[in-house]
Design a protein around this ligand. Sequence first.
Ligand code: NAD
Length: 464
Amino acid sequence: MASYDIIILGGGPAGYVCAIRAAQLGLSTAVVEKDKLGGVCVNIGCIPTKALLHSASSINLIAHQAKDLGIEVGTVKTDYGVAMKRSRKVSEQNSKGVEFLMKKNKVTVIKGTGSLLPGRKVKVGGDVHEAKKAVVIATGSRVKGIPQIGLEINKTTVISSDEALFLEAAPTSMVVIGAGAVGSEFADIFNAFGTKITLVEALPRILPIEDAECSSALEKSFKKRGIDVLAGARVVKATVGKDSVTLEIEAGGEKKSVTADKVLMAAGRAVNTEGMGFKEAGVQLDSRGFVKVNLATLETTAPGVYCIGDVAGPPMLAHKGSREGAVVAELIAGHTPHPIRYDNIPSVTYCHPEVASIGMTEEQCKEKKLDYQVGRFPFSANGRARASNETEGFVKIIREKKYGEILGAHIVGGHASEMIHELAVARENEYTVEEVDLAIHAHPTLSEAIAEAALDSMGRVIHT
Ligand code: NAD
């Protein structure tokens, strides 16, 4: 029986970061992974979709702006298969990168499906491995269909992001069910490649967890590009054929029938908790199916067994899992890490325009009856945005009136995913809105819109 200080089940962004940090702290570490290192994020999630979104935004740029920018191009032809192959290469490079990091940090990678045995033991195939200090569950999540309405993923006409990432050609038409991050990103990608998209969201607006102003800005942009958005919509019947699917959809009191080559399910993910001996080892699940975790210690209900990443509960985001991975390694090694502020995790949807946020939405501030002031600044009034033809969107900052705390910040626009971190750092360090503006912002930059929104929340905006 091989023995390690710490054994991690799952080599995704939560598990592999945990392994590296544990090894840095001198713990003998093993990761059990049945597939490629890097998990969903690297292989069939964040990384390949960002490669495809780069293709999509390049298509939009060339097709709609080239002439204006002084570039003469002929007819723009797109090829999803080529973009897909590039995205696979990018994923492979990243997965190999993780392999390299495991070697560099002397982390043992055990290939196979691991299951938990009582007493901090992990079984992989016929071998049993013992963890002297801790086992960390980082088994992640997977796509799910909606069997209640006959929409099981059949991998041909009803697909998930797993299959969409390997299509050789863009379909002629596609219904995307669910307008969270996955649905919105794929709607954007396939729209750029010429697919007729119908985006169906059950809640009253797309990106329902974002601030309502961001949802409506994205909806406007999607509609302008020909995406049919049906929010507050219910799929009441699905007829799945060999080459197409017909959906009966109720939206806004009206019934609509939509037939498409493919339906892409993006209605949330299910966590991987089955068939790995969790129950027998004393690891309990909560009422939503996530592993029950004490968020202060990241411990499960089984002594010496910890849990991180998607399987430990929302938000199901790679960067949340990675942070939990680093923190749990430090806790297991006996350190006292900076506690995770679960209310300060940025959320980004990388479609065009990007939507990024941190903290509370205005709707949440209202619900909590907080005394707040909103500052806004549109990119249409920002010199750099005008210069780079990226005038869509805005920065919105919600400021607590008495002390100037940043309650929430929301950005819609090009590079929002990069800009949000200024506000993440500010909130982590409890800077006020005024202190955000006090830091001189270089001119001309898109980030000046953040300083201007900060000023606007205090009634002192300069450029609008
Ligand atoms: P999600 O839960 O974020 O969004 C699913 C959407 O589907 C919701 O808006 C929900 O209201 C809607 N929905 C559910 N059932 C429906 C139905 N029957 N008809 C129509 N709409 C329905 O899930 P997701 O977008 O699949 O993403 C899964 C997880 O992965 C999320 O936690 C997400 O944050 C994460 N993720 C993040 C990124 C990113 O950070 N850019 C990208 C992809 C995924």
